[in-house]
Ligand binder design. Structure first.
Ligand code: FAD
Length: 222
């Protein structure tokens, strides 16, 4: 990771609002990216911004994502158009004594830059990495992409050069007046953690009687 700027260290990634939530450790950024499954990716066409959710994987110092060759997002970004990618992990709701100070626990990464389109063997390797990341164990069993499927797919890599990280945690930050107010000091305040989990695997109509693979049973979220 040496040689890359610290998160939040460039003029346009410096966190200005509530800078105490900013994190400058690139390892933390990568841990957040590795814990997430969905990124929101921005593109502007004809002056209209669009923010599109996609599955992704971090591979080294890049984020990989893929989509249809007919997709506006993928067609536009493969021409080198600038983008902004965010990953948000929602960890809890923070209930302060005032609505104004109520907030959320979160971990976010924002990356700015331009994508490079992956072709040939690089695209195939990236697609397998992406599948392994989203569905650990599955690429060793499922059919790999056929030539016509690869042709219908654009695979992009966004270098994680200019990034920022924000982490919101801790108790509510009530204004001192509310903590001694005869009404509001008597209401419950704190936070409600949110955790993500997998449910029981459900076989489709063609897989009844086939045991659920161990690697699927092993999937967990934290
Ligand atoms: C789940 C969740 C809920 C939120 N709810 C609200 C809300 O209701 N209202 C609200 O005002 N804010 C909310 N935030 C915070 C919000 O994301 C912004 O950080 C905040 O609004 C400041 O925006 P700004 O453009 O003024 O930031 P600035 O500090 O001016 O942005 C400067 C730079 O800081 C970095 N940056 C800013 N925000 C983030 C971020 N979240 N993650 C990583 N890097 C960042 C970017 O590189 C950006 O270019 C929420 C965040 C999360 C994750």
């Amino acid at each position: 990771m040496s040689g890359l700027p610290d998160p939040g260290s460039t003029p346009r990634t410096r966190v200005k609002r509530i800078p105490e939530k900013a994190v400058t450790d690139r390892e933390v950024a990568y841990a957040i990216l590795d814990a997430g499954l969905v990124a929101h990716v921005a593109v502007v066409t004809h002056g209209q911004p669009y923010v599109v959710p996609v599955g992704y994987a971090r591979v080294g110092d890049e984020v990989i994502f893929h989509g249809s060759s007919a997709s506006r997002l993928f067609k536009t970004l493969s021409t080198g158009a600038p983008t902004c990618l965010t990953v948000t992990l929602l960890d809890g709701l923070v209930l302060a004594r005032s609505l104004f100070e109520s907030s959320m626990h979160y971990r976010t990464v924002m990356a700015l830059g331009t994508c490079r389109r992956l072709e040939g063997d690089d695209a195939v390797a990236a697609l397998l990495d992406l599948s392994e990341r989203l569905m650990p164990g599955r690429p060793s069993e499922a059919r790999h992409p056929a030539p016509q499927e690869l042709k219908a797919t654009i695979t992009l890599a966004l270098p994680l050069v200019e990034i920022s990280v924000k982490v919101g945690d801790g108790p509510p930050e009530d204004v001192p007046e509310d903590l001694v107010d005869p009404v509001y000091s008597r209401i419950w305040a704190g936070w409600v953690p949110i955790t993500e989990s997998f449910g029981e695997p459900m076989a489709d109509e063609f897989a009844t009687g086939i045991p659920v693979p161990d690697y699927v049973r092993a999937w967990r979220r934290s």
